[in-house]
Write a new protein. Structure first.
Length: 155
């Protein structure tokens, strides 16, 4: 799942600049952390429905999705220019130990943000798995928390 398309020397993922919005600075990333059999990631919540906080339709199929679907958007580096579209990934909560399989349908843009297309949200960090309500529920997590530590891998 989580795939690093541009691996800088040393295997790390360095910021490719900053974006200023809402009076704060946010790093921008073209890459994501290297993949292992259980890559650490941050789970966030996304509303993939029309009018939801996901902004426009999903990048993979130019469609909106129900939040009852087991679906995710990946940070730019892991999304890999759409090469992960339709892939199933395994997500495991470090809090509950539960695992769920979810389909990649969108990008969580790590280079752009703070505009109408991105619902005025800043760029995603480079380790984000932005998941539907159904993923959160399957993992037994409280959506209101906002962020949870997970591990992920290809199915």
């Amino acid at each position: 799942m989580c795939h690093n398309t541009t691996s800088p020397s040393g295997g790390g993922c360095q910021s490719s600049g900053t974006m200023h919005c809402h009076g704060k600075s946010f790093p921008k990333y073209r890459c994501s952390p290297p993949v292992t059999s259980s890559t650490r990631a941050t789970l966030t919540n996304n509303d993939f429905s029309e009018g939801g906080d996901g902004g426009g339709p999903s990048e993979c199929d130019d469609s909106y999705h129900k939040n009852s679907e087991l679906i995710v958007a990946l940070s730019t580096g892991w999304y890999a220019s759409g090469s992960r579209c339709g892939d199933t990934i395994r997500i495991t909560s470090t809090k509950t130990g539960r695992t769920v399989m979810a389909k990649v349908v969108d990008e969580c843009d790590s280079l752009n943000g703070c505009d109408d297309e991105h619902d005025n949200q800043p760029p995603c960090r480079n380790d984000i798995v932005d998941a539907s309500n159904a993923v959160w529920q399957a993992l037994g997590l409280d959506i209101e928390v906002g962020e949870e530590d997970v591990t992920c891998s290809t199915a």
